[in-house]
Design a protein around this ligand. Structure first.
Ligand code: AMP
Length: 395
C-alpha cells in the first residue's frame, strides 16, 4: 500500500510518502514556520530538492501544500490524492490509553486529547496534523502510531515511580518511555537476525540527539530509560537525563527561576551541550575532543559511562543479555562511541570486534565470533514501522 506518514510538531510538519511493503520512499519533506510565514522543502529521490515559501497560518494550509506538491505534474509523484491509500500519524504520547497503533476515530482523537497534559508540546500538534488530514482527505483512512505504545508491556515495578501512590492513581504519573517505534523495529529485526529464538534478552541503545535504552524479553519491553517525558534516562544532546531533582530546587532558589525556565534549561541547555559548552552534536564533540577540548571529552565520557551503566542495569534486570543493539544517529554511525560504551563489558560476555565495529549506517554484527552476547548495529526505520502498522490496520 502507498502510505503517507505525517509527523506534526508545534510549528512544523514532516511527511514521507512510501510503499509499506518494499519500503521505497517516493517523496518526503518538511513544512516549517507554520503559524509564522511557511516554507515547504520537498525531496524526491533522484531529483533536485524543491524549496517554496507558502503561507501556512495553520497545519491545515501546510497539509494542503503537501497534497498540492504530491500531485503537481512536475514536482509531484502521483496523479491524484486517491493514490494515497492511508495516512499514518506519529503521535508522541498515548498515556495509558494506547498499547498499540490504531485507526483514527473521534474516540481516538478524544483519547489523544486526554493525553495532552502528558505531552503538552507534541500531542496538540499531532492532533492538528490529524485534523488537517481529515480536512484535505476526508475519505482516506488514518492511523495513529504512538511513541509510548511499545513500552506498555513494562511490569508495574518498572513503571511505577516511588512517589505517593495517589499521583499514579489520580494523575497517571509513571514511566512511559519514548522512541517506542524505533525500539520495536530494531528489536524485531534483532530477533529475526538471531534466528527467532524464543526468550531472547535484548538491550536496545537508541543513541541520537535524543537517546533511550530499552530492555526487551521475547520481543516485549520490560524496562526503558525515558520516563513520564523524554527528559529522563541517559544524558542527551541538550537534555539532562536522570538527575537529583533537588538540584533544580537549589538552582531555582539561587537564580530566582520559575519552573518553566528551569525545565527549559533541563531540556534545551543541558546534556552533552551543557557539559561541553561546545555543541549538542556528537560529531562536533568528537572533533573538539580530538583537538584537546577537555569538557568535550568529559561530555563524551559521561555519555558513554551512563549508557554503559544502563546496559549493566538492564542485564541485571533481565538476568543476562543475549544481544545489544546500537541504533539512531550516534549508535549507527559512531564506531568510537560504540567502542567507548562497550569498554569493560567483557564481564557480561560481550566482546567487540574492532574491525567489524568500523561499520557506519548499515546492519552488522560487531561482536567477535566467540562473544556470548551478539552486538549489532541496526539502522532504525521508524517510518517503515508506521507504514506497516498503517497498512495492516487499513487493509
Ligand atoms: P538522530 O537524533 O538519531 O538523528 O542523531 C543525531 C546525532 O547523531 C547527532 O548528534 C550527530 O552528530 C550524530 N551523528 C551522526 N553521524 C555521526 C558520526 N559519523 N559520528 C558521530 N556522531 C554522528
Amino acid at each position: 500500500m502507498k502510505i503517507l506518514i505525517i509527523n506534526a510538531g508545534s510549528s512544523s510538519l514532516k511527511y514521507q510518502f512510501m510503499d509499506s511493503v518494499s519500503g521505497e520512499v517516493y517523496a518526503k519533506g518538511l513544512c516549517e514556520r507554520i503559524g509564522l510565514d511557511g516554507r515547504l522543502t520537498h525531496k524526491v529521490p533522484g531529483r533536485d530538492n524543491v524549496v517554496e515559501d507558502i503561507a501556512m497560518p495553520t497545519h491545515a494550509e501546510a497539509m494542503a501544500a503537501v497534497m498540492d506538491i504530491l500531485v503537481d505534474p512536475v514536482k509531484g509523484v502521483i496523479a491524484s490524492t486517491d493514490e494515497i491509500d492511508a495516512v499514518g500519524h506519529r503521535v508522541l504520547h498515548g498515556g495509558m490509553e494506547f498499547t498499540a497503533s490504531c485507526r483514527v476515530t473521534e474516540e481516538v482523537c478524544a483519547a489523544i486529547e486526554r493525553c495532552i497534559p502528558l505531552g503538552p508540546l507534541h500531542n496538540p500538534a499531532n492532533l492538528m496534523g490529524i485534523r488537517a488530514c481529515q480536512k484535505v482527505m476526508p475519505n482516506t483512512p488514518q492511523v495513529a502510531v504512538f511513541d509510548t505504545a511499545f513500552h506498555m508491556t513494562m511490569p508495574p515495578k518498572a513503571y511505577i515511580y516511588a512517589l505517593p501512590y495517589e499521583y499514579f492513581e489520580n494523575d497517571n504519573i509513571r514511566r512511559y518511555g519514548f522512541h517506542g517505534t524505533s525500539h520495536r523495529y530494531v528489536s524485531a529485526r534483532a530477533i529475526e537476525l538471531l534466528g527467532g529464538k524464543p526468550g531472547l534478552r535484548i538491550i536496545n541503545c537508541h543513541l541520537g540527539n535524543g537517546s533511550s535504552l530499552s530492555a526487551v524479553v521475547d520481543g516485549k519491553c520490560v524496562d526503558t530509560s525515558m520516563g513520564l517525558t523524554p527528559l529522563a534516562g541517559v544524558p542527551m544532546g541538550t537534555r539532562t537525563g536522570d538527575i537529583d531533582p533537588a538540584c533544580l530546587q537549589f538552582i531555582m532558589n539561587k537564580y530566582g527561576y520559575d519552573v518553566d525556565t528551569m525545565l527549559n534549561i533541563c531540556n534545551k541547555k543541558s546534556g552533552v551541550m551543557g557539559i561541553s559548552g561546545v555543541s549538542s552534536d556528537f560529531r562536533d564533540l568528537e572533533t573538539a575532543a580530538e583537538q584537546g577540548n577537555e569538557r568535550a571529552q568529559l561530555a563524551l565520557d559521561k555519555f558513554a559511562y551512563e549508557v554503559r551503566k544502563y546496559i549493566g542495569a538492564y542485564a541485571a534486570a533481565m538476568g543476562g543479555v543475549d544481544a545489544i543493539v546500537f541504533t539512531a544517529g550516534v549508535g549507527e554511525n559512531s564506531a568510537e562511541m560504540r567502542a567507548r560504551v562497550m569498554e569493560g563489558l567483557e564481564y557480561l560476555g560481550a566482546k567487540l570486534d574492532a574491525e567489524a565495529n568500523r561499520v557506519r549506517g548499515q546492519e552488522a554484527v560487531i561482536s567477535t565470533a566467540d562473544s556470548k552476547v551478539t552486538v549489532l548495529v541496526i539502522p532504525t526505520n521508524e517510518e517503515l514501522m508506521i507504514a506497516q502498522d498503517t497498512a495492516a490496520l487499513c487493509q
